[in-house]
Design a protein around this ligand. Structure first.
Ligand code: FPP
Length: 227
């Protein structure tokens, strides 16, 4: 399908892996495995249809509260992805990690940094939010500006200092898994994003449903506060 709406950025909240696994009487980790496969499929589909910026909410600052075995399984999936992305780098896709990186192992941090640096000149962008919190992102930006001696802060200052400064704000945010909230995702950037919620569990999301959502997006009138 051709994107008719000049969509530059789609962000996804990947929810429902655990329930997907439970329905199959499998451990939650099984759902995350399929979720990670779906993440690859959806990212590459977005580029195929001409959307240059894609963001995924992969791990929130709250997700550390999950059982250690589940957290470890998700970290293993990140590491596998980092190794894979390093080996088979898509020359055209720049990867950026949004979030507070200090919480991760040194090995993981250095892999993230290497990938970010190696792909920084690419035109398309893949943003992965890990250990991410939208409020913390704004607070961090403000503190950084204070530390640079700013005493008066503009919207533009914050836009330029949040983790995702490299990306335009998302035109649309799609959340799978049936919940209708943003859960501290892209609090600053979502001010004018169109929001879409589907009951489909993340591992079940199909390309045809993304097409349908894009069609609905085309029918919405975005006024950005105007008339
Ligand atoms: C939400 O579903 C999902 C997560 C907190 C983890 C998402 C992680 C992945 C899909 C792996 C990503 C991997 C890479 C390489 C980026 P949930 O567990 O909250 O589902 P539930 O609401 O059904 O319990």
């Amino acid at each position: 399908m051709e994107v008719q709406n000049d969509i530059k950025h789609i962000a996804f909240i990947m929810d429902g892996n655990g329930r997907w696994a439970k329905k199959r009487m499998m451990p939650r980790e099984y759902g995350h495995n399929f979720g990670a496969k779906k993440f690859r499929e959806v990212a590459s589909y977005c580029y195929d249809i001409g959307v240059p910026y894609v963001t995924f909410y992969a791990f929130s600052t709250e997700n550390w509260k999950r059982p250690v075995s589940e957290v470890n399984a998700i970290m293993k999936l990140f590491m596998e992805y980092l190794d894979e992305a390093q080996k088979s780098r898509d020359k055209d896709v720049g990867i950026a990690f949004l979030g507070e990186k200090m919480r991760f192992s040194e090995e993981m941090r250095s892999k993230m940094k290497f990938l970010e640096n190696a792909t920084s000149a690419c035109h398309k962008k893949l943003c992965i939010a890990i250990n991410y919190g939208g409020r913390a992102e704004i607070v961090d930006a403000v503190n950084k500006l204070f530390s640079e001696g700013k005493t008066e802060i503009t919207e533009e200052d914050i836009t330029n200092n949040i983790y995702s400064g490299i990306c335009p704000p998302p035109d649309m945010i799609i959340r799978t898994g049936g919940e209708m909230r943003l859960s501290n995702f892209l609090m600053w950037q979502s001010a004018y994003s169109e929001l879409f919620f589907t009951d489909t569990l993340w591992p079940d999301l199909r390309k045809s449903e993304i097409d349908d959502i894009i069609e609905q997006f085309g029918k919405r009138k975005r006024r950005f506060g105007g008339v």
